[in-house]
Ligand binder design. Structure first.
Ligand code: CO8
Length: 263
């Protein structure tokens, strides 16, 4: 595995073979709490990987003990409503939402508050058996502020989302799997390899089709069925203008693996 050292302070960015970029949260002393600086680094790194033609998928992960235990509570001390309203972090979350390449979150240990919102901002979540998901903001007298009430309700339905958000109900990896918050649960020691394998599979697929597939699936969560179907149909037709579509059909008929160009 080749890796590249970076100038980041709170995260590590690696480029293992297989067109995958890895963003690893690296603040072990505070369970990878998402300080403003950490979030900025994550979004910068994801943006760089998203713009890098040699990368096809992005893996976001933490440590075995914690994916991320939430926003950095120490930073909240003394903050006013005006500070929060002026906070540029919302733009960072928006930037993350516009990432074109598929993002896989590999989650072990605590995945709470803003950490949980970060995982939910990714496209696929792979959980280790020891993962714990939750939105404990209510204990601080606040509520989730980076999509928790919205994405969680879409994933879990109203009743369970209410328990999680209003009453700090924590979900185990198996519960998260049962409710569709994650797509697979793996032994904790296998998490990185499994998630990396999945990211590599995504990275090996036709890039333009992956991009439009991601956009189409995301659209399902925020529009009517009619508009979503139109969006899908448009993207479906658009892909017939690509070289990769022709290559995909030809390769199938010639019984050989397709060679994707991302054109
Ligand atoms: N922020 C800052 N420090 C933290 C955080 C955090 N979120 N979580 C843990 N730490 C620190 C602890 O203070 C402790 O530091 P120290 O050793 O100096 O005392 C160290 O990490 C280890 O933690 P614990 O000793 O508490 O470890 P435990 O195993 O006993 O407990 C828990 C682990 C259950 C995760 C516990 O640490 C905890 O409850 N943490 C706080 C979780 C929380 O409330 N998260 C929500 C924060 S609010 C939020 O996320 C709003 C999101 C808004 C969107 C914007 C996001 C950028």
């Amino acid at each position: 595995m080749s890796s590249e050292s970076t100038a980041y302070e709170h995260i590590l960015v690696e480029r293992p073979a297989g067109r995958v970029g890895v963003v690893r949260l690296n603040r072990p002393r505070v369970l990878n709490a998402l300080s403003s600086a950490t979030l900025r680094e994550i979004v910068t790194a994801v943006g760089e990987l998203d713009a890098d033609d040699t990368i096809g998928a992005i893996l976001v992960t933490g440590s075995t003990r914690a994916f991320a235990a939430g926003a950095d509570v120490a930073e909240m001390d003394g903050k006013s409503a005006a500070d929060l309203l002026a906070d540029r972090r919302y733009e960072l979350w928006e930037t993350l939402r516009r990432t074109r390449k598929p993002m896989v979150a590999a989650v072990a240990g605590f995945c709470l508050g803003g950490g949980h919102e970060l995982a939910m901002a990714c496209d696929i979540v792979v959980a280790a058996e020891n993962a714990v998901f939750g939105q404990p903001e209510i204990n601080l007298g606040i509520i989730p502020g980076a999509g928790g009430t919205q994405r969680l309700t879409r994933a879990l339905g109203k009743s369970l989302a209410m328990e999680v958000v209003l009453n700090d109900r924590r979900l185990s990896a198996d519960e998260a799997l049962r409710h569709g918050l994650v797509s697979r649960v793996v032994p904790t020691e296998r998490l990185y390899d499994e998630a990396l394998g999945l990211a590599r599979q995504l990275a090996a697929r036709a890039p333009l089709a992956v991009r439009l597939a991601k956009q189409s699936v995301l659209r399902a969560g925020d529009t009517t069925l009619e508009v979503g179907l139109q969006f899908e149909r448009h993207n479906f037709a658009l892909l017939f203008a690509t070289e990769d579509q022709q290559e995909g059909v030809r390769a199938f008929l010639e019984k050989r693996p397709a060679v994707w160009k991302g054109r």
